[in-house]
Design a binder for this molecule. Structure first.
Ligand SMILES: [Zn+2]
Length: 140
């Protein structure tokens, strides 16, 4: 895991704690509904497709394509003063077309909508970590 981003820790709740725990362990895990099989993100108690309360956490490779992105130039928190400008990317996972995740962008150039990206978990503050992506072309 490389180190960057997330200068302050998140505030996990009952549903999101397994997400943060998996990232801290260097894995991307998503809830998969035990009834209909849909992946869920963000984590929640009930499936928005079939209303089931049953789900299991499943490891994912995070491969996908860029759906959208934004470059932030203003530090909305003093903790981000050293981080700006930075890019937040929205990735459409190959594992489920309607599943969009957000995270960091690891290369200098701006993302291109639709380009293939690979996941890299990046260490942050207080033992937490964030999902980040880089273009597949830059993966050695
Ligand atoms: Zn379901």
């Amino acid at each position: 895991m490389s180190r960057a981003f997330l200068p302050f820790p998140p505030t996990p709740d009952r549903d999101s704690q397994p997400w943060w725990d998996a990232l801290a362990a260097g894995e991307l895990r998503l809830q998969r509904c035990s009834a209909c099989g849909a992946l869920r993100w963000p984590a929640r108690a009930i499936c928005n497709r079939c209303r089931s309360f049953e789900a299991a956490w499943e490891k994912q490779d995070g491969a996908g394509t860029v759906a959208s992105w934004v470059r932030t130039h203003q530090a909305f928190s003093p903790a981000l003063r050293e981080a700006v400008p930075y890019v937040v990317v929205q990735v459409r996972l190959d594992a489920q077309e309607d599943l969009l995740l957000i995270g960091g962008w690891l290369v200098e150039r701006e993302p291109v909508s639709g380009e293939a990206v690979a996941l890299e978990i990046v260490e942050g503050a207080d033992g937490y970590a964030l999902p980040c992506w880089r273009p597949v072309e830059s993966v050695a």
